[in-house]
Every structure is written in structure tokens, then in C-alpha cells.
Design a binder for this molecule. Structure first.
Ligand code: FAD
Length: 401
């Protein structure tokens, strides 16, 4: 299908990602997902060499300097192989906004992030803070001398062990606004931070890395590790005063588009596998692709995927052109993730009993698609955001103004 957004450069990028996923991601996913194995460092390194961790990091800091469009393009391709690989590229990013850190440190870590060598985990959710994140946060950061002392329980922190730094959302006294800020807890890769204990949550999918419950018991980090201006210090950064707010606003939309891309990649994987299987599997003397119900299922699946992809391309482009809205980002997140659950389930149906085994990746696409409706804001929360806008009620964006 013609897609006005797909320039020649983007097509080339897509083709090379498709080839990379077939060669490097799919075989690893097929081997490790059924045994709940972690993503190998070797694969991460190869993704780094392809530039996938630095898609949106400026070229002067070692990235590709591209936009949300290219980021979603690659996320779709990686997710077609293994959703965790599409997710881990969201764990890198520029650290130039860490205004309390010396410039050399910010540049060095941003360059490492662009290669996938300095990645973060996000400890936002808590046992009582899920959809109502800002209302429910209980983890506190208290300033003692030159250090923040962090105490509280976090839930659902994916990659807490493998990350180089955990971005911990805390209630902080004495900062303007709602008093909630992120604090960066640096740590050795492969371990939890000092004074932090935890255990992996027995999830039913999203393998390739572990998702943790964590207990922070007076975890100490330097005062400068707070994201945004450091309370009590003059802002020496070259960022405008408005930069943290703009970053927070962008931070609401981009993960939703990224999640849509992950959902579309899963649905496409399921469709492609179902097409192949339906042509091989013979019943009643004919390939099952000859039966009208199978053919129509495939047709509906392909149409739904294409509709979601076109919307994603449009919304990603709008964000790159600084026209994106929360409503658009929520629409594509909701539409693509609901679509992915339906399409992966239909694909599993085409596989019959074989689909309900670990002998084919179809079950992985189905399990992982189910999650896309839950994280980065549940489907119900997306519908709330969209309807808030339709009804002229205050939105997340308004609340942050
Ligand atoms: C595998 C996995 C990995 C995750 N990784 C991370 C991570 O790395 N870091 C992190 O911080 N978090 C992570 N999360 C947490 C995730 O973001 C939350 O699960 C999600 O935000 C939903 O919160 P909750 O699970 O507490 O559900 P709840 O908020 O308790 O929601 C339960 C149900 O109530 C509905 N509901 C809630 N409020 C409303 C409302 N106002 N209107 C209508 N319906 C409503 C929800 O839609 C949902 O159906 C992860 C979750 C999973 C499952």
C-alpha cells in the first residue's frame, strides 16, 4: 500500500531492520522465550551497532538524530521478532537534561546510551500506584545533606537488574508543582542498588528480561541525580526553563506511539506466520487457506493492521512536526493494542491446536499483545483521555501547564 510518509531512506531503514530481525532476533526469541531466558548481551550489542538505541539521540552525541517516525518504524520491526527487543530501545535516551551533572558526564553517558551501553529501568508504578500514578505514589525522597534518601516500595520495574540506572519516581518535598520527581539511582549492571532488595514477579509473558518488585530502604544518591532543576541550586544548564515541562509533555505521547508500534509488530508477526501455516496445513484434502473463513480472517487481520499502521505513521509524523496531541497518541495506542489482541487471537485460531503450544511463536505474539493493552496506560485510561478531550475536560497536558 502506498504510504506518503515512507521516503526511500525510511524504506531502506525498514528493509535492513527486517533483515536484521530475521537473522538475529527471531532465532534468539524462538529459543529463549519458551524457557524465559534473558536477552543475550551479544544481541544488545548488535542492536547497538545498528544504531537502534540512538535513533532519537542527536548526531553530535552519537545517535542517528532521527524522529519518532523512525523510532516507531524500527520498534514495529523489532517487535515482529521479540517484543522485549522493541521495548529495550526505549531504555536509552539523551541524558543532557541531567542539569546537575557535569557536562562531560552527560555527554559521555548519552554517547554510551546511543550504543545501548547505558540503559535505564523505570520504577514508576507501586503497589497502590497504577493507573492513578501521580495520586498513588508513596515512595519518598528526603534530602539529607548532599544526598537524597529514598524509601518505599515499587512494583513492576522491568529490567531493574540489567539496567545501569533506575529512574525512580518519588514524592519530594520542597519542589514546585505536584511534588513528584524522578531520581536517577545509578548502580552496577546485573545487581540491584545498595539498600534495595526485590524479587522477580511471575508474569505470564514479556520474557527476555525480568520484571521486579523492589523495596528501597534508605537508598542514597547524590543530590544532583534528580531530574530537572536541583532544589536550592541555580540552574547552570543550557536548557531553557521550559525544557523540563516540554520533556514531560513529549514523554506522555511518545511511549504511547511506541507501544502502538510494538502491538503492530506483534500482529504482523502473527499474520505472516498464519498465512504461511494456512497454506501448509491440509484438512479435508485442501490447504486450510482454501476455506473461506480462513481467507476472510486473514483479510480482516491484514486490513486491521494496515489501518493501525497508517494511523501510527500519521501520529508519529504529527509529533515530529510538533503538532502531536495527547488525544492522537491515546487513539493510536488504544486502536493498535486492541487490534493486536484480536489479530493475534485470530492467528492462533488459524493454527488450531498447534497454536496452543510452545512449538510455534504464535502463542508468544498473543501473550505479548495482551500486555500492550495494559502497560503505558491501560485501554480504559486511553479512552478516558480521548473522551476528556472530546468533552472539553482538563487533560494530562492541561494539568501539566
Ligand atoms: C509485564 C509488565 C511490565 C511492566 N513494566 C513496568 C515498568 O517497567 N515500570 C513501571 O513503572 N511500571 C510497569 N508496569 C506497570 C504498568 O504500567 C501498570 O500495570 C499499568 O499502568 C496499570 O496499572 P495497574 O496494573 O496498577 O492497574 P490498575 O490501575 O489497578 O487498573 C485495574 C483496572 O482498572 C481500570 N481503571 C483504573 N482506573 C480507571 C479509570 N479512571 N477509569 C476506568 N478504568 C480504570 C484499568 O483500566 C484496569 O482495567 C508493568 C506492568 C506489567 C504487567
Amino acid at each position: 500500500m502506498t504510504d506518503a510518509y515512507m521516503t526511500q531512506e525510511r524504506r531502506m531503514m525498514q528493509e535492513s531492520a527486517r533483515d536484521f530481525v530475521t537473522r538475529e532476533v527471531l532465532p534468539v526469541a524462538n529459543e529463549l522465550d519458551p524457557i524465559q531466558g534473558d536477552m543475550p548481551m551479544e544481541l544488545r550489542k548488535k542492536m547497538g551497532e545498528m544504531g537502534y538505541f540512538g535513533i532519537r539521540i542527536p548526531q553530535e552525541h552519537g545517535g542517528l538524530g532521527l524522529g519518532v517516525f523512525e523510532y516507531s518504524l524500527i520498534a514495529e520491526e523489532l517487535s515482529r521478532g521479540w517484543m522485549s527487543c522493541a521495548s529495550i530501545i526505549a531504555r536509552s535516551g539523551s541524558l543532557m537534561h541531567m542539569v546537575g551533572w557535569p557536562m562531560e558526564k552527560r555527554i559521555e553517558l548519552t554517547q554510551r546510551a546511543a550504543m545501548g551501553e547505558y540503559l535505564h529501568a523505570g520504577a514508576l508504578s507501586e503497589p497502590e500506584a497504577g493507573s492513578d500514578l501521580y495520586g498513588g505514589i508513596k515512595t519518598r525522597a528526603v534530602l539529607e545533606g548532599d544526598e537524597w534518601v529514598i524509601t518505599g516500595n515499587k512494583y513492576w520495574c522491568t529490567f531493574a537488574d540489567g539496567a545501569d540506572v533506575i529512574n525512580v519516581l518519588c514524592r519530594v518535598e520542597g519542589v514546585p508543582g505536584r511534588g513528584i520527581r524522578s531520581i536517577m539511582v545509578e548502580k552496577p549492571r546485573g545487581e540491584l542498588p545498595k539498600n534495595c532488595s526485590g524479587s522477580p514477579i511471575p508474569k505470564i509473558g514479556y520474557f527476555g528480561w525480568k520484571t521486579w518488585e523492589l523495596r528501597f530502604e534508605s537508598v542514597r544518591v547524590p543530590k544532583e541525580n534528580i531530574v530537572g532543576p536541583v532544589p536550592g541550586m541555580r540552574n547552570h544548564s543550557q536548557e531553557s526553563e521550559d525544557a523540563p515541562r516540554r520533556r514531560t509533555l513529549a514523554g506522555l505521547s511518545v511511549p504511547r506511539v511506541h507501544t502502538a508500534a510494538r502491538a503492530i509488530g506483534l500482529a504482523r508477526g502473527a499474520l505472516e506466520d498464519a498465512i504461511e501455516y494456512s497454506q501448509e496445513r491440509v484438512q479435508f484434502g485442501r490447504p486450510i487457506s482454501e476455506f473461506q473463513e480462513t481467507r476472510f480472517k486473514l483479510a480482516r487481520m491484514a486490513s486491521e493492521i494496515e489501518a493501525a499502521r497508517q494511523l501510527m505513521h500519521h501520529v508519529a509524523n504529527e509529533i515530529d512536526e510538533s503538532r502531536g496531541s495527547d488525544k492522537d497518541a491515546s487513539m493510536v495506542k488504544w486502536f493498535a493494542t486492541e487490534m493486536a489482541e484480536r489479530v493475534t487471537s485470530d492467528a492462533l485460531q488459524i493454527f488450531g491446536g498447534a497454536g496452543y503450544t510452545k512449538l510455534h511463536p504464535i502463542e508468544r505474539y498473543w501473550r505479548d499483545a495482551r500486555l500492550t493493552k495494559i502497560f503505558e496506560g491501560t485501554s480504559e485510561i486511553q479512552l478516558r483521555i480521548i473522551s476528556d478531550q472530546l468533552l472539553g475536560k482538563p487533560t494530562d497536558r492541561d494539568r501539566l501547564q
